[in-house]
Ligand binder design. Sequence first.
Ligand code: PMP
Length: 414
Amino acid sequence: MLDVKHIREDFPILRRTVHGKPLVYLDNAATTQKPRQVIEALVGYYSRSNANIHRGIHALAEEATAAYEGARERTARFLHAPSERGIVFTRNATEAINLVAQSWGRANLKPGDEILLTEMEHHANLVPWQMVAKATGAQLAFIGISDDGRLKLEEYEQKLTRKTKLVAFTHMSNVLGTINPVADIAARARRMGALTLVDAAQSAPHLPLDVQALGCDVLVCSAHKMLGPTGVGVLYAKEELLERMDPFLGGGEMISDVWLTHATWNEIPWKFEAGTPNIADVIAFGVALDYLDRIGMPAIRAHERELTAYAMKRLQELKDITLYGPPAGEDRGGAISFNLEGLHPHDVGTALDHEGVAIRAGHHCAKPLMRRLGVAATARASVALYNTTEEIDRLIEAIDAARRFFQRSIKVAA
Ligand code: PMP
């Protein structure tokens, strides 16, 4: 059991009010709030240790370098990666996917090859592959989803062929909450000689992750969804894959030697980190991972699973609601999309905001999935470790208030 009351005390923003009501923050799939330990790490770094890293020979530069590289080791431990050599810091998960698409994709894909994706991908794991397919002549193929929002694994079996060079898919859908069976998908891809890329942007903050147990070749996530700062993404890849890949960006830091006409590359992972990185935010991200691990990812998962089940039960009790994705259970996380009959999700979001309840409404950067669901948009509530059942009750009350308000205005208009 999580001591949520205690945890909440670490998050200063959770004490604020919005429109005169205590904030209920249920937009965690977009970004999570930050504990004071992370905020203090940022202030502490700029107050005490700020310097550029790797090149310096003075004390501050050494401190900053040790803290930055320490965060890399921390990230490797969090993901159970074999070593920090497989951890590259980028700007966000999107950039990490683009790095693989551009560096690996352009060099390894050709006409006749296939990239296998799914219908539930975020644009971040769709558009980079569309771009690389266009550039190389490779084809895109898609695993469909069932009406309850699960991947059709029998379709995966059919579509995975010797032509498939990469299977790139989300671990947890940011719309449906579906948790995909990564180890099974990766094992099948491996048998067919295809690489796997896992978009863990939504799972990394909520589930224990072990890249070796999952058996994937690449996994990406974003610090800002994991209690860390914005501006930091993680690319984990098997070392031999990173060794074989050319750099994504050229410049300082990523070189071994440079002549006027050519250059040689630094070792991994620095080969992929051109220019001055986001030093302070990477260091604070390491503190966020300490925070998550101190509480324990299995405990976080258990808490959020309970909260999700409670939220889905309460939402289901409402009349005229459509809930998307699988029922609460083993293969579901806490991103809960819904629509209320006759109400536009944006109106629902605005009405909830007036009650101090922050959710998201829109296409959630998953337009092909919206088309598959037959809607333009959904409302989405998404939970994190600091949310409580009382906050779910506030969500339900706010939805009730919104329905009453809009029904009244419809009647007045009629
Ligand atoms: N994949 C998924 C499933 C996501 O939910 C998101 C963020 N909404 C991303 C990728 C992209 O993350 P970022 O914007 O931090 O790059």
